[in-house]
Design a protein around this ligand. Sequence first.
Ligand code: C2E
Ligand code: MG
Ligand code: MG
Ligand code: MG
Length: 288
Amino acid sequence: YRVKNTGRDGYQVFTADMAGTTQRLRLEQDMHRALANQEFDVVYQAQIDSAIGEMVGVEALVRWNHPRLGRLEPSEFIGIAEDSRLIAELDRSTLRKSVRELAKARQEGGRGLRLSVNISPLMVARDDFVDTVLEVLRQEGFPAQLLELEITENLLISDRQDVIAKLQRLNEIGVNIAIDDFGTGYSSLSYLQKLPIHTLKIDRSFTRQVKACDDGACIVNAIVAMAQGLRMNIVVEGVETMLQLDYLRALGCGVVQGFLYGQPDSLERLWQRGAAPEALAASASHGG
Ligand code: C2E
Ligand code: MG
Ligand code: MG
Ligand code: MG
């Protein structure tokens, strides 16, 4: 929270809570207007094939350019959007914007970059979810085969038939499904066999454990082995160091994502930046 310092210790916590609640209520009110006013935009994080060192896809990440508070991160507003049921509208708008931008890049000669979009469970729950995805793809002229939707494991806990049917329909259309933050949810693993899941995204809390080259006992290894056994793709999130990258390459983990390649940014700047880890890119641009 952005909290005013009252200078009176006893009131500090109370004020912070009040400010937090007030802020939340205001943000919720603001969000209605913000959707109409186009205050949300999309940045992208590169997904890099670690074997060939090429950008093969991007993940769309929403940002809110709030007129009073400046640029807000998802952690500051996704929860509010979910509580107020505005999340489906927000997800739909992010899906459309990112699909449109990727379709345009393709027409302008960009290669067949894949697009990953985060989808809230509340969006999946809507009756018109699959139709919305289909409509966006058709209207924007983007191939279903290049779209991946990221859902979280918790969505699959309840084994709900309607969710399963929707994922199967998307699969038939050619849209991929990824499990985001894999390993941090509470569902059983049986869904991996029952459902059309194409990709496991290893949560960055596991990537962080990779600190030494010979650290063979970490969870990342186990998830990779399982994914290979199930013939699923792996995306490793939160790759921040060269050591982690080297380790993952040696393990044969296809695709990586992380601050090692820079912060999420506009599509144009990702293209300019290329697929070199940031340290390498910086030294190259300084002529070394
Ligand atoms: P996520 O889908 O797991 O996205 C990855 C988050 O980790 C992003 O944060 C990204 O900036 C951050 N990240 C990437 N690489 C690194 C790294 O190397 N180190 C660290 N420490 N962090 C890294 P961001 O953009 O703040 O998004 C946070 C979460 O908000 C996302 O997690 C996703 O669950 C949610 N989100 C973002 N955009 C949308 C959206 O359009 N719709 C919905 N429903 N959720 C979204
Ligand atoms: Mg994600
Ligand atoms: Mg994630
Ligand atoms: Mg997440």
